[in-house]
Design a protein around this ligand. Structure first.
Ligand code: NAD
Length: 424
């Protein structure tokens, strides 16, 4: 009855193909709600926009931008905006769908959305980046808003980009609308604790998972792929808990230090040079060797599709904490499960960022701001509670944490779908 979507051609390795395979795996656990499962395979609304800007040299460049609202069933859309030369509609569809699942997994009153622009922002000046952001915001302005869809930072976007988005949207509607984006600077309605919230969530879920499998964080060896917002914040917290960060890979290279990196020295190097390459406090190694490093915990915190079957067979870790979205292919997931390597999946592991984004949105509505301690305590409580619920579900059905997270989340989404009924 339902033909596949005509405009995407997913493969088992592509992000949307990965997501569809994950949905297929959860359907047997949805009971009568499985009747609604097709809604999970079809994003509600997708917008593709042309973004022309005048460059500093006077020429005009066009960029392709997207905003996909996968589901608005449980509330407004919510999800980040990615600036990357390889962004595609298909990738943004998958990222938006994972946001629906993630938001439902931690029980936030949101649907799922995501945006992106096909651009290498490192090739643009600050002025050009501002123009790009403002024109993109204006183009997607017809579907975003504090009650419609609330963007946030993702790969290569940050608090400054959110400030431009908030200002552009506010200018267009004629009123300051702080709640239209989260991840803003603190004095523009941002929330304390937001910048490090995703990494903190990775740490909290990792700490809980380690406790449950009897892995002591004291002296545990951690390998981190991606040393941006998520990877560096998670690394810092694991370090503070007594673990050693022994390998780090980013787009500039891969470093190893068996005694553990001195992050207080590494961080300024990364900020100054744009990556880990060239840091003297570790040895450079071949990128592919990263996957053979002896460690107890692996944190993929870069891009999708990194853990492929061959790498899954070689990994030494006991615990994989998915800071990134979609870092593990379904075929690799099976290998990790067979090898007894526990994966805390993206849809719960990196939900700390959107949880504090939710706190930010709530604070903006009430114009009453919480302390950082309050934020961190509430975040910890939500993440621990959500993981416990997922863990119990996994135990009950004897399924992986990923399928259990999908089961908890999809049940919430489809229950809401059923209760709302179909319009008209
Ligand atoms: P970021 O731009 O701050 O950092 C990205 C990191 O990945 C950088 O260190 C970069 O060098 C590295 N990287 C890029 N390409 C790479 C490659 N080919 N090999 C190795 N490393 C590479 O981005 P971020 O916000 O830290 O996001 C990282 C991941 O976490 C993404 O998958 C994102 O969707 C996910 N995520 C982010 C948030 C958030 O709040 N920022 C929330 C949830 C999930």
């Amino acid at each position: 009855m339902n033909e596949p979507l005509s405009f995407v051609h997913p493969t088992p390795e592509s992000p949307w193909g990965t997501y569809l395979a994950q949905v297929d795996r959860v359907v047997p656990y949805l009971g009568p709600l499985a009747r609604w499962a097709e809604t999970l395979r079809r994003p509600k609304r997708m917008l593709i926009v042309d973004i022309p800007i005048e460059l500093d040299d006077g020429s005009v460049a066009h960029f392709e931008g997207y905003r996909v609202q996968h589901s608005l069933t449980r509330g407004p859309g919510k999800g980040g905006v990615r600036y990357h030369p390889d962004v595609t509609l298909e990738e943004v569809m998958a990222l938006s769908a994972w946001m629906s699942v993630k938001n439902a997994a931690v029980n936030l009153p949101y649907g799922g959305a995501k945006g992106g622009i096909r651009v290498d922002p490192k090739k643009l000046s600050l002025k050009e980046l501002e123009k790009l952001t403002r024109r993109y915001t204006s183009e997607i302005g017809v579907i975003i808003g504090p009650q419609q869809d609330i963007p946030a930072p993702d790969v290569n976007t940050n608090a400054q980009v959110m400030a431009w988005m908030m200002d552009t949207y506010s200018m267009n509607v004629g009123a300051t609308a702080t709640g239209v984006v989260t991840g803003k600077p603190i004095h523009l309605g941002g929330s304390l604790g937001r910048v490090k919230a995703t990494g903190r969530g990775v740490f909290v879920t990792g700490r809980e998972a380690a406790r449950r499998i009897g892995l002591d964080l004291q002296g545990a060896r951690v390998a981190v792929q991606g040393f941006g917002n998520v990877g560096s914040s998670a690394a810092e917290l694991f370090n503070q808990a007594g673990a050693k960060i022994v390998a780090i890979q980013d787009h500039t290279g891969t470093l190893f230090n068996g005694n553990g990196f001195d992050l207080a020295e590494l961080m300024p190097h990364v900020h100054a040079s744009g990556g880990v390459a060239g840091f003297q406090g570790g040895e450079a190694m071949a990128d592919e060797d990263f996957w053979d490093v002896a460690c107890e915990i692996l944190v993929p915190a870069a891009l999708e599709g990194q853990i492929q079957p061959d790498r899954a067979r070689r990994l030494k870790a006991r615990l994989v904490l998915e800071g990134a979205n979609g870092p593990t292919l379904p075929s690799a997931d099976d290998i990790l499960a067979d090898r007894g390597i526990l994966v805390v999946p993206d849809v719960i592991c990196n939900a700390g960022g959107v949880t504090v984004s939710y706190f930010e949105w709530v604070q903006d509505f009430s114009s009453f701001f919480w302390t950082e301690d309050e934020i961190n305590v509430r975040l910890d409580k939500i993440m621990v509670g959500a993981l416990k619920n997922i863990w119990d579900t996994a135990d009950r059905h004897r399924i992986t944490l990923r399928t259990a997270t999908f089961a908890v989340a999809c049940e919430r989404i489809l229950q809401a779908r059923q209760e709302r009924g179909l319009y008209p």
